[in-house]
Design a protein around this ligand. Structure first.
Ligand code: ADP
Length: 398
């Protein structure tokens, strides 16, 4: 079975075409500047020349047509006709409380996704446009929605409710939703295989550390708490997002600086995190280099990131009454040995014993253990693969 995975943004559309039987990526590509002058598609397929084409795409419908042309091209493509696409899996950012798993898209599903637009105004409308464009061009191909929030729908009420007046939850759906669910679910499933135990017996903390970072407590295969909240701004200090701060700071800053809601949102999302603290970069490689050269604020930014990550490891080991495995994933989690070492430092009391040699040589090895032999808690690096997870869910449903 061959699945097309679509991740539609407001002016871009990323895709992967995956053979489910071999788990092989047959082709992957990106449409950029949709609806803007200079739109372009690029596609890479193993064994084929890279395809780049600058051509007008006035909307997502045009982009999908370009994707199908690229996939079926004689020279650059991997299939001969559109019918070879068995199903399409769409990444949808927000499923609210309506979806606790992936679903085949129907009229009712689209309505429910639309209802969640208020909760994810930058993402859900674009995801819907991507779905509708595919429906129009491939009316006989099943479409599936896979939600970033679905995996976290198992959280208990005390974890997902904020201590605000209860009516704010009823009236405005204000609660913790959590994000990166597809990634947390994927690495959880892989950890189960790697550890060779039944997931129902395992307490795992999954650490998705990338540009945006989130940490999840997975007890018996279910998310019972996660660090992101009502929006992806909450939790650990991130590349440019502030993570958890005292909420009173928001109104204080609005008064002191004369900022409106737009400005304060922009500062917390784009000018904060390790970038804001260091004044230098949101990229951990730049920060590590600057720290090496004696830059104190780069060093402080890294310390703050690590400190906030460790706070969640502590909180979640208490929430689950213990921990059997720590899983590092995403750009930083997969590549940054220093961050992993610092996060695991002095956690012997929890049963975490990191093997420094294994940790330092983990890069490029794929899925592996980096704990010492005999460590009560297994520490793993598991490269995430959200596209494969979307394709697997899609294949299962169709
Ligand atoms: P996104 O949230 O955009 O998907 P990624 O998971 O790709 O983010 O992570 C991107 C981040 O990973 C970069 O900003 C960078 O800080 C970090 N990163 C990537 N490669 C390395 C590396 N070799 N060493 C340290 N950090 C890295």
């Amino acid at each position: 079975m061959k699945i097309l995975v679509i991740n539609a943004g407001s002016s871009s559309l990323k895709y992967q075409f995956i053979n489910i039987d071999t788990k092989e990526v047959l082709a992957k590509g990106l449409c950029e500047r949709i609806g803007i002058e200079g739109s372009k598609i690029s596609q890479k397929a193993p064994g084929k020349e890279e395809y780049v084409c600058v051509s007008e795409m006035k909307d997502h419908g045009d982009a999908i047509k370009m994707v199908i042309d690229a996939l079926t091209s004689d020279k650059y493509g991997v299939i001969s006709k559109m019918d070879e696409i068995d199903a399409v899996g769409h990444r949808v950012v927000h499923g609210g409380e309506a979806f606790n798993e992936s679903v085949v898209i129907t009229k009712e599903v689209k309505k429910a996704i639309e209802d969640c637009c208020e909760l994810a105004p930058l993402h859900n409308p674009a995801n819907l446009i991507g779905i509708e464009a595919c429906e129009k061009i491939m009316p006989n191909t099943p479409q599936v929605a896979v939600f970033d929030t679905a995996f976290h729908q198992t959280m208990p009420k005390e974890a997902y409710l904020y201590a605000l007046p209860y009516e704010m939850y009823e009236k405005h759906k204000i609660r913790r939703y959590g994000f990166h669910g597809t990634s947390h679910k994927y690495v959880t499933q892989q950890a189960e295989k790697l550890m060779g135990k039944d997931i129902s017996d395992l307490k795992i903390i999954t650490l998705h550390l990338g540009n945006g970072s989130s940490i999840t407590a997975v007890d018996g295969g279910k998310s019972i708490d996660t660090s992101m909240g009502f929006t992806p701004l909450a939790g650990v200090a991130m590349g440019t997002r502030c993570g958890d701060i005292d909420p009173a700071i928001v109104t204080f800053l609005m008064e002191k600086e004369g900022w409106d809601t737009e400005k304060v949102n922009a500062v917390m999302n784009k000018d904060s995190g390790v970038y804001g603290l260091s004044g230098l970069s949101s990229d951990f490689r730049d920060l590590a280099n600057a720290k090496e050269e004696g830059n104190e604020r780069a060093s402080l930014a890294l310390d703050k990131f690590i400190y906030t990550v460790r706070q969640f490891v502590g909180a979640y080991s208490v929430a689950m009454g213990g921990v059997d495995g720590l899983v590092f994933t995403a750009g930083i989690g997969e590549n940054d040995a220093m961050v992993r070492e610092e996060v695991c430092k002095n956690l012997e009391y929890l049963g975490v014993e990191l093997d420094k040699e294994l940790n330092n040589t983990a890069r490029g090895k794929g899925e592996c253990f980096i704990n010492k032999e005999g460590s009560k808690v297994k520490v793993m690096v598991i490269p995430t693969n959200e596209e494969l997870m979307i394709a697997l869910d899609t294949a299962k449903l169709v």
